[in-house]
Write a protein that binds this ligand. Sequence first.
Ligand code: GCU
Length: 431
Amino acid sequence: MRTMMLRHAALLAIAAALTLSPVARAQPTGPDVNYDESRVGELPLPDPLVAWGTEVKDAATWRQRRRPEILELFRAQVYGRSPAPPAEMRFEVDAPVSALDGKATRREIRILFTERPGGPVMDLLLFVPNGVERPVPAFLGLNFQGNHTVHPDPGITLSSSWMRDGPGVVDHRATEATRGRAASRWPVETIVSRGYALATAYYGDIDPDFDDGFQNGVHPLFYREGQTRPDADEWGSIAAWAWGLSRALDYLETDNDVDADRIAVIGHSRLGKTALWAGAEDERFAMVVSNDSGEGGAALSRRWYGETVGRLNRVFPHWFCANYRQYSDDVEALPVDQHMLIALAAPRPVYVASALEDRWADPRGEFLAAKAAEPVYALFGLEGLGVEEWPPPDTPVGDVIGYHVRRGGHDLTAYDWGRYLDFADRHLGSE
Ligand code: GCU
């Protein structure tokens, strides 16, 4: 019976993972899944400000000693190490066209990671507002179903990459039926009207999201002679997607319409985990936004609530590095917790957002992680959340660490974007 229930719970988790429709996902249940706050446990968190027994008391020591140490722990034990950009990387930039009824300029850029024919490429879609002074600040985020799904604009190239089958996806390829399907998650008109550019790419261009032993995507480009999969401390898929975001930023640095010093990296769910890791690995990102990123993202791993490290490793064995599996049944042994990932953004602005019904992602655990990152911001004389308690729904808080818990389920909505744009106005200063 127990096995059956576990199996049922695992299937639910997989179903939730594979259903990428914007409607609220089912919250997995089962004997190993806890949603009861009284059973969460009180495992002490590792202290971001204690380096080998010595307290870190100033920003310089954080930067020179403690930050590199924590980054190294996340690399070796959680997401895996990523390679430097490939020397042969090139950009093929399409001619700009007018879009959104003349309110924006749209451009598509192909980022070729290798000179090898048929090698992986990433297609970046860029909307830049017209009628404002350039260069403009920008949001950069990966999408789940192809660039053509973020807006119904028929001029956006239909993705020809591998995609999970589902409505409008036939034999793992997108059809016209999916155009604009994810538009509710990408309010392009609003973003552009607020003076920001939007750059996005399909995450599967970098590494298709299934466990194939790392034979497709960008991983094999970096294998040593004879190597057939990443070593235990080398990158999984999340690190590869984050690496792809940095390659998109490499392009944006060459684009005169966009201010590469004012780019916010954003992501939802597994791509929220990815955005946090991209912001940690690449300090060129000026702001970091995690939307409903949950376990392995903004939520504290030491809280037994919703998804756990063990479940992540079992259901998505390709997301993290192999070393992370050591902690599946022993989360206390993890030398880090996710508040330290958020703290790696310091002193840059970081926004963590949760959704009240998204219990699988442990919304309160996301707030507590953001809260526990505050001492690092304090070293820089910066105020974090400015509140002690989990705020009521739909009430944004925080100065340099932003946070809200929205009413409703697991999704990236217009409400969330409104808060990110307000936050960006304060920190990236768009007119
Ligand atoms: C699953 C998974 C989460 C992840 C989410 C998503 O629910 O368990 O960790 O964030 O999929 O990316 O949609």
